[in-house]
Design a binder for this molecule. Structure first.
Ligand code: GLN
Length: 231
């Protein structure tokens, strides 16, 4: 019975700049699909959250080290990660696209020979870059947050970056000077994660809450709010 029991607080780590999933708004408050879903689920299920925007790779490290109870950061559900994490039911999907500076003539992977490609440490985009860098002859440079990845392309240091499709589209729609030149690839589902075998009650509550939000229309509302281009 959640009504009378003191509400437990869970520490949930997340990324820093990853709109529309998670980002600081103009009032410096963390918002986005992930933050709103998590807060609505916590309210529905009767638990509290302490959200720490530490960065994607830092979140991966802290959850696997047992220093955070879970993470939500537009995180791709992959077979490799399932060795270390238990994932919730999916709440979105993500595919990787290649983006270049607006006005750049580069249109494909084969034009990256001898150039640099920027990615974020520990992400699916970074894995993808590393898996094809020898074939296409490019060098991979890593950064801890997506803003730094985009800046490296804008300032001409890197010829391209690999980023989640929804995230890239959102940033470009909101004025970022990049353009997407490939179709999404390596598409996976996205979920909330806990350390494998740990915090199973939290995972269960997340899934129950998510199902309720899907049934009562709140899920749809949150997704629409952040994907309609008006957020
Ligand atoms: N979806 C990508 C992944 O899980 C990127 C996540 C992120 O950068 N926050 O690797």
């Amino acid at each position: 019975n959640h009504v009378q029991a003191a509400e437990k607080t869970y520490t949930i780590d997340t990324d820093v700049t990853f709109p529309p999933f998670v980002y600081a708004n103009t009032q410096n408050k963390y918002v986005g699909i992930d933050i709103e879903l998590l807060k609505a689920i916590a309210k529905e299920e009767g638990f509290k959250v302490n959200i720490r925007p530490v960065g994607f790779n830092a979140a991966v490290q802290s959850v696997t080290a047992g220093q955070a109870d879970g993470m939500i950061a537009g995180m791709s559900i992959t077979e490799e990660r399932k060795q270390k994490f238990d994932f919730s039911d999916p709440y979105y999907s993500a595919g990787i696209v290649m983006a270049v500076k607006e006005g750049s003539g580069i249109k494909s992977l084969s034009e990256l020979k001898g150039k640099r490609v920027a990615v974020k440490t520990g992400t699916a985009g970074a894995d993808y870059a590393n898996s094809i860098k020898d074939k296409y002859g490019f060098e991979v440079v890593t950064f801890d947050d997506s803003d730094s990845v985009y800046n490296d392309v804008i300032n001409g240091n890197s010829a391209a970056c690999f980023e989640d499709s929804a995230v890239m589209s959102y940033a470009i729609k909101n004025g970022l000077g990049l353009k997407v030149v490939t179709k999404p690839t390596n598409t996976t589902e996205v979920g909330f994660a806990v350390k494998k075998g740990e915090n199973q009650e939290l995972l269960k509550m997340f899934n129950e809450g998510l199902a309720k939000l899907k049934a009562n229309g709140q899920y749809e509302k949150i997704i629409k709010k952040y994907t309609s281009g008006t957020a």
